[in-house]
Design a protein around this ligand. Structure first.
Ligand SMILES: Cc1cc2nc3c(=O)[nH]c(=O)nc-3n(C[C@H](O)[C@H](O)[C@H](O)COP(=O)(O)OP(=O)(O)OC[C@H]3O[C@@H](n4cnc5c(N)ncnc54)[C@H](O)[C@@H]3O)c2cc1C
Length: 516
């Protein structure tokens, strides 16, 4: 009798445990059944990780071709950041190819018609020229990146075969070397698995997933420090103002009808602290005096600082060459795949160009579960993208190195030579501007321009009277230029593209695959 309560308690605990064991087993079986069901049904054709510019555009393009797309994005709120604020004319063309050009409307974007350059009191404005072979108006757009991203997300989500969900992808699910899907945490904190024959990783410049797929590493080159000056309008709001300041460049541009973005680039190893006010002192004392008084550039630069730097932000500039991922069932795109210095503002354009190519390559395939076929197509994608990616990556890398101010006479000669070349305003400048705007992705033409800039720089250093010292420095310019170019010839697989017949074939192939 005394132990009756103990037996009752034991019986209760045992019943509770058996009940829960049965429940857990049922849930596990149910999960597996649901997964198997999803796989059998082929409920999703493509999973896209990340809905930035690349992920959202790709989702729309693939869904338009009838694919069932599941996009998983970590944060569906409007991104507040200062990258991707100039959509080059070439990027607008790619958006039009994808049926997304209207996403540039109703976001108070500003027309970008020219590049204005400033150095040591001299100034030149270089319009993006009208290239007759380019089927689009040669005008880009200056904008708030977050607004564009939201428009792209809305447009993708408006299609019934796109499921856009907030969630953070934790890992890829792999079976025998083939990626089958992802594990992610949804907004309710539940861990979920999703399966599809193809997963596209578009999780941006801080990508974690990339590391398990490709073995390339990113390099931090410098930092861009930026803030917005509110209630302001530049006297020339349609130019991107690039100041050849020291040690690195400043850039000022209109991003909405009454907001101006001010950016200063700072070396990676000496970035002043934002939190203790060092940064505002640096901007006010070191950078502001170098901003030309032309128009109202300096006034707006200072106004932003004096109004208390509401939201000063810094972003790392990175470079990472593209590497082919040899796993099946997965593709990496956007910044997770390939990055370059943002000095020529072309990352979004390259990502969109990649999407146009990939979409056109995948179009004839009714079933993406043929992973061997998809993997072969990805190999040709990697080659076809070269005219655009190699041209833009090389130009960005060389410009970013040339624009660094140093006390080295040869390097300063090249910096001045670059300014002189751009400021001439002749047919050569126009040619380089069409490359810059993404209207002529032609590596061979770029190499010719780079050779011409080198010769201009050498000529500048030798004039008016060549001396042995000047001659020596001009030879150093040549050596430096060859070294920079040489590195890219190898890295970007440029060599074969420089053979004129190959270059022409590459370009034809590129145009055919980017045009709907
Ligand atoms: C300072 C700076 C200035 C730039 N200026 C320009 C410019 O003017 N013009 C231009 O064309 N390019 C510019 N670029 C480059 C451009 O911003 C990028 O190339 C472009 O934004 C890349 O798009 P993306 O979709 O690959 O990445 P993002 O736009 O970064 O999108 C990645 C998305 O993935 C999501 N995500 C990340 N991890 C996960 C996860 N685990 N699960 C789910 N979602 C995830 C993120 O939330 C994000 O929405 C600039 C770059 C820098 C650094």
């Amino acid at each position: 009798m005394t132990y009756a309560w103990l037996w009752t308690l034991l019986a209760f605990v045992l019943t509770w445990m058996v009940f829960h064991l049965i429940k857990m087993k049922k849930a596990a079986t149910g999960d597996l059944e649901a997964e198997a069901e999803a796989r059998r049904d082929g409920a999703t054709d493509v999973i896209i990780v990340g809905a930035g510019v690349a992920g959202a555009s790709l989702a729309y393009a693939l869904a338009k071709d009838g694919r069932r797309v599941h996009v998983i994005e970590r944060d569906l709120k409007e991104p507040q950041r200062f990258m991707g604020e100039l959509m080059q004319a070439g990027g607008r063309f790619m958006l039009a190819q994808l049926g997304l050009e209207d996403c540039l409307e109703d976001i108070d974007a500003q027309e970008a018609k020219s590049l204005a350059i400033y150095k040591d009191g001299k100034h030149a404005t270089l319009p993006f020229p009208d290239d007759k072979s380019f089927p689009h108006e040669p005008v880009g757009r200056l904008l708030r990146n977050g607004r564009l991203v939201q428009r792209l997300r809305q447009k993708a989500a408006s299609l019934s075969n796109v499921q856009l969900e907030e969630g953070t992808v934790k890992s890829l699910i792999e079976e025998e070397g083939v990626v089958k899907g992802v594990t992610y945490k949804n907004s309710a904190g539940e861990e979920i698995t999703a399966f599809a024959p193809l997963t596209v990783v578009c999780d941006g410049c801080y990508s974690n997933l990339r590391r398990s797929l490709v073995d390339n590493t990113e390099e931090v080159l410098s930092y861009m420090v930026g803030y917005v000056t509110k209630n302001s309008r530049l006297e020339d709001p349609h130019s991107l103002h690039l100041i050849f300041s020291k040690p690195l460049v400043c850039v000022i541009y209109q991003i909405t009808s009454d907001e101006v973005r001010c950016v200063a680039e700072v070396p990676a190893d000496s970035i002043p602290s934002i939190s203790n006010g060092e940064m505002s002192t640096f901007l006010k004392k070191s950078m502001a005096p170098q901003i030309p008084e032309t128009g109202n550039l300096r006034e707006i630069f200072l106004k932003g600082i004096e109004e208390g730097l509401p939201e000063i932000k810094s972003t790392a500039t990175k470079s990472m060459s593209s590497r082919l991922c040899d796993k099946r069932g997965v593709i990496v795109l956007g910044d997770a795949f390939n990055m370059r210095h943002p000095i020529i503002a072309s990352g979004m354009m390259v990502a969109l160009s990649d999407i146009c190519i990939l979409r056109n390559l995948l179009k004839p395939l009714p079933n993406l579960s043929n992973t061997k076929k998809v993997s072969d197509l990805v190999k040709s994608f990697y080659i076809i993208r070269k005219p655009m990616s190699a041209t833009v990556n090389t130009l960005a890398s060389i410009f970013s190195q040339v624009l660094v101010a140093t006390t080295d006479e040869a390097r300063e000669g090249m910096r001045q030579g670059c300014f002189n070349y751009l400021a001439r305003g002749d047919f050569k400048t126009r040619g380089l501007m069409t490359i810059l705007g993404g209207m002529n992705p032609h590596p061979l033409t770029l190499v010719l321009h780079l050779v011409a800039i080198t010769l201009t720089s050498m000529g500048h250093l030798l004039s008016p009277f060549p001396s042995p010292r000047r001659f020596w420095h001009s030879l150093r310019i040549l050596a430096w230029a060859l070294q920079m170019l040489g590195a890219h010839l190898v890295d970007e697989g440029f060599k074969e593209m420089l053979i004129p017949t190959n270059a022409a074939a590459y370009r034809r192939n590129y145009i055919a695959t980017t045009t709907v």
